[in-house]
Design a protein around this ligand. Sequence first.
Ligand SMILES: C[S@@+](CC[C@H](N)C(=O)[O-])C[C@H]1O[C@@H](n2cnc3c(N)ncnc32)[C@H](O)[C@@H]1O
Length: 240
Amino acid sequence: MRLYKKFLDGVPEYLARYYWWAYLWNWGIWLFDHQPVINAILFGQYDKLLKSTLAQVETRPGTKLLQLTCVYGKFTPAMLSGADNEIHLCDVATGQLQLVRRKTLRYADRCHLARMNAECLGYRNDAFDQVIVFFLFHEMPAAARNNTYAEIARVVNPGGSVLVTEYGATPHRHWLYRFVPFRFLLGTLEPFLPGFWQEDVMEKLNGALRQNDKALQGEPGVELCFAGFYRIMRFNIAAR
Ligand SMILES: C[S@@+](CC[C@H](N)C(=O)[O-])C[C@H]1O[C@@H](n2cnc3c(N)ncnc32)[C@H](O)[C@@H]1O
């Protein structure tokens, strides 16, 4: 039996096949939740990405936020300590939910965890004032990304926003991309990244919003990081 099949416990096949070592294997979960490891994976950009993303997180009292899937590091505790609002967090991997629970115990009364597939959310329409997606899309095959855009568009409230922190568009001129062995390594470890690099996130989200009788309000706010290798995008949704 292929090793990854041992991890096929109610998770999408792509997650077990390509990322068991990073998100499903207990030793992997332990290893990757160390700040120096996270920072190395993001080429020293973690604190900048964290700060820029947190600056866009909705903090108005009474707003309801959805963090779509767990992330390693201090992002979720930092978000919870920055405001008093309610945060829902879902992930399909139980090990990830256990990890984030341990890191957010003091906020347990307003940090609601659920095991869920991002492609098929169990929340009602228009449930959230902001949906936050931190480095998820590039780890999904195209069909899973499309399903996830559709679900985000369904659950976000008109007048709310969608915050996406991710790799930038194909970084043709970036020195890392031009270094072919590195590009090969990254493409091997992140097999869906080349497809995501070419994706027009705004077009995809806009199409999904239209299916839900919603629309973007104006142009997205985009902040580039590490010469465009990463980006923080904020999409405001028009009020009805
Ligand atoms: C958000 S990405 C994390 C990115 C980044 N490496 C980090 O930690 O900052 C990884 C998470 O997404 C979860 N995940 C991947 N595909 C999913 C899906 N279809 N539904 C729910 N969770 C998913 C994995 O279980 C994992 O916890």
